[in-house]
Design a protein around this ligand. Structure first.
Ligand code: 5GP
Ligand code: MN
Length: 346
């Protein structure tokens, strides 16, 4: 039987299903997880969404949020492990390698469940039975919409599901601004609005919901923690644990910060280094011509998309930023070669 037909059969009869996504879920990760959960519940499945960590409070409005299990919450971890072990189907959304599940990864790996991966990241690893994957998709939510339509269940989509999916497409296209904002994105978005997604409400909930602490933190980061190196075409923020504590930082408060660094004229690569309990978390962004994902993969144990990637470092914050500057110098020609060629042509 074809992989797709087998998948369709698997979800045709009620089953115990676990849906999971990457550590520190963003709107695409959580929107696709809850969109899928709401759809599968309508099909009569027993569904649990288990996230490897918490996520920003500006996503808490999505339908099904209250039932999400946070694996890092010790009071529910045993229940989460039991659900993973007993699951007949596990959906892995918006990531391409199991390491992005952090402490949850071994439980998912060891599970005998039929595993499905829906994703749009580069270089998917072999950990699933059925993969619905394309790097041409702007968001996992875009792929999920297409998958549900392909299964023949478009009539099961409703306004709650549409709002979950809309959120992921909106944020992964940077509010319909990035080059991945294709005709297909607009066509699907139009369908979601027709299904009842309130686009203006969602953008307010996600983008225009700030605490005073967060606004002060952004002001502080831009004025005190931004390093600009015009010669290297880079700008980056280095945020310490102490900085985060000072502004009572919540999950999601650093979201979008790296884009301020990329918006500076002449800057081609921007980074955000955040000191967390388990090491330095890194966000990379680049302008359209520059690919930053290979750089993240090769030197910072990460990966992602061409212009938006992430990684980690076990060094100290200052050692990490030093390493970053050094590597940019060493790789300057490779990173910016394409750019120079474009300039030469013009
Ligand atoms: P962000 O900077 O918003 O956390 O992540 C940007 C992009 O890079 C996202 O597509 C995200 O999935 C990917 N990404 C972030 N951190 C990591 C990581 O540690 N490993 C890999 N492979 N991808 C990452
Ligand atoms: Mn995504």
């Amino acid at each position: 039987m074809q992989a797709f037909e087998l998948f369709k059969n698997k979800i045709a009869t009620p089953a115990k299903i676990v849906i999971t996504t990457h550590y520190k879920p963003d709107a695409d990760a959580l929107g696709s997880s809850l969109g899928l959960a709401n759809y599968l519940l309508k099909k009569g499945h027993e569904v649990s969404v288990i996230t490897p960590s918490d996520y920003p409070s500006f996503l808490h409005w999505m339908k099904g949020n209250d039932a999400v299990i946070n694996f890092e919450d010790k009071s529910v971890q045993q229940e989460a492990i039991k659900k993973i072990q007993e699951a007949e189907i596990i959906f892995c959304l918006d990531f391409s390698c199991l390491s992005r599940l952090q402490a949850m990864q071994d439980y998912v790996k060891d599970s005998k469940a039929y595993k499905v991966n829906i994703d749009h990241h580069q270089d998917p690893k072999d950990f699933c039975d059925f993969r619905f994957w394309s790097t041409d998709a702007a968001a996992t939510c875009e792929l999920l919409y297409e998958l549900i339509v392909k299964v023949g269940d478009k009539d099961l989509l409703d306004s709650d599901i549409a709002e979950c999916l809309y959120s992921g497409i909106m944020t992964d296209t940077g509010g319909f601004r990035h080059p991945n904002t294709t005709k297909n994105v607009h066509l699907i978005t139009a369908e979601l609005i027709e299904l009842g997604a309130d686009n203006s409400k969602i953008s307010k909930l996600i983008y225009d919901t700030n605490s005073v602490n967060r606004l002060k933190f952004i002001g502080f980061a831009i004025s005190r923690r931004l390093v600009i190196n015009e010669d290297l075409k880079i700008a980056y923020f280095a945020i310490s644990k102490k900085d985060l504590r000072k502004y009572s930082s919540q999950t999601g408060d650093t979201e979008g910060l790296v884009n301020y660094a990329l918006s500076i004229g002449g800057i081609k690569i921007a980074a955000l280094f955040t000191e967390r309990e388990d090491g330095i978390k890194i966000s990379f962004r680049s302008t359209e011509e520059v690919a930053v994902n290979k750089f993240a993969q090769e030197y910072f144990n990460g990966g992602g998309h061409k212009n938006a990637s992430g990684g980690k470092s076990d060094l100290t914050l200052s050692e990490t930023t030093e390493k970053f500057e050094k590597l940019i110098k060493e790789n300057y020609n490779t990173l910016f070669k394409q750019l120079e060629l474009i300039h030469e042509k013009n």
